[in-house]
Design a protein around this ligand. Structure first.
Ligand SMILES: C[S@@+](CC[C@H](N)C(=O)[O-])C[C@H]1O[C@@H](n2cnc3c(N)ncnc32)[C@H](O)[C@@H]1O
Length: 355
């Protein structure tokens, strides 16, 4: 960065810092695609146990152009992601090891997801959201997010892997932060392929579960509900939570669901859950909660909020926002009962069934 750009504006910020902030934003954009490309061709996994291989051997194995693979690795290594020596021998750095899919802390799915064309293209349409208030994902991809995932097997695989294992340990941490009594029936509404329910059932041997998500999504549940004991304690059901939710649960979990939807959709889901809940059943909502005061919370929550807008037309919400949704769906006020896996855990009680 050019030191001649130093000096300060009226607020006392150095002009150099301001320029660095904006240039850095674009650097991040490009670096993310470089990492995404390395993940898509499978570079981190290809280094294998030896953690060392010549570009000349890697290129044909990965179906890559040798000269361009060398240039990509050279550029990544200059940022501390992979290493490369004068003999064009590629190795792992601490950061590139996190791109191996067999690493328990792997961020490979995270990087793949954020850089794949459907997500990237949607973010390219952010100004459409700002102008219209609506999601840009359908404009960029021709249909809504979940319809797109249903129709594109590879994007679906990346999204599903991101949700299940892509935030290393998220579901285990969530399950560790929730308590259930023996004899409970936990319905995970929009529970994906079952990785959160798996963690809940493993920690609570006296609990049974119902996994509920779109039919195409629960079709992949075998990979998580994968033992005789888990299969015996878990019912898997496909359907739309906009239409109905299975009855018979004592606890209904909505994890990272409501933020995907604008208010009308979120209220429809809550009404369907409430209609399924017997008196005394409880609803557990796991979400990020925006601070009531602007700027009081984590800056990342505002980025997540825009992400929900771009992809789904949804939003992150404050406690007041959650209470308004709950009231519109016929629930009383929601109580924040704690935190789990970095998320807020909100609880509401079911009343009489509606409708
Ligand atoms: C952001 S993911 C959250 C997954 C999971 N609950 C978690 O916390 O990792 C949203 C989930 O909602 C599901 N979903 C979307 N539309 C649905 C619908 N109409 N009915 C049921 N599930 C739906 C998706 O398939 C996906 O699994």
């Amino acid at each position: 960065m050019d030191e001649a750009m130093g000096g300060a504006d009226e607020a006392g910020h150095s002009i150099g810092d301001a320029r660095r902030l904006l240039f850095g934003a674009v650097d991040g954009l490009i670096l993310a695609q470089m990492v995404g490309a390395a993940c898509e061709v499978g570079l981190a996994d290809a280094l294998g146990a030896d953690e060392l291989a010549p570009v000349g051997a890697l290129a044909p194995r990965l179906g890559c152009d040798e000269w361009v693979l060398f240039r990509l690795v050279r550029a990544l290594a200059a940022q501390g992601i992979f290493t490369i020596d004068a003999g064009r021998m590629v190795g792992h750095s601490e950061a590139s090891r996190l791109l191996r899919r067999d690493d328990a802390r792997s961020l490979a799915w995270f990087m793949r997801y954020w850089t794949m064309p459907s997500i990237w293209g949607a973010w390219g349409g952010l100004s459409h959201c700002v102008r219209t208030g609506a999601a840009s994902f359908p404009v960029a991809n021709g249909r809504g997010f979940f319809e797109h995932m249903d129709a594109h097997a590879e994007d679906h695989r990346v999204f599903s892997s991101l949700m299940s294992v892509g935030f290393a340990g998220r579901h285990a941490a969530l399950a560790a932060g929730l308590s259930f009594a023996d004899g409970e029936v936990v319905v995970d509404v929009g529970g994906g392929a079952g990785s959160l329910l798996r963690e809940i059932l493993l920690r609570n041997p006296g609990v049974r579960g119902v996994l509920y998500d779109l039919p195409s999504v629960v079709a992949g549940a075998g990979q998580y509900i994968d033992t005789e004991d888990l299969r015996a304690r878990c019912v898997i059901e496909g359907g739309s939570f906009l239409e109905r939710v299975p009855q018979g649960g004592t606890s209904y979990v909505l994890s990272w669901i409501l933020h995907d939807w604008p208010d009308a959709g979120a209220i429809a889901i809550l009404k369907a859950v409430r209609a399924a809940m017997a008196p005394g059943a409880r609803l557990i909502v796991i979400e990020e909660v925006l601070a009531a005061e602007i700027g009081a919370g984590d800056a990342g929550t505002y980025v997540n909020d825009l992400n929900m807008l771009v992809l789904f037309g949804g939003s992150e919400r404050t406690m007041a926002g959650f209470n308004a949704l709950m009231a519109a769906a016929g629930f009383g006020d929601v109580t924040r009962i704690g935190n789990a896996g970095g998320m807020a855990v909100l609880e509401a009680r079911g009343g009489d069934r509606v409708g």
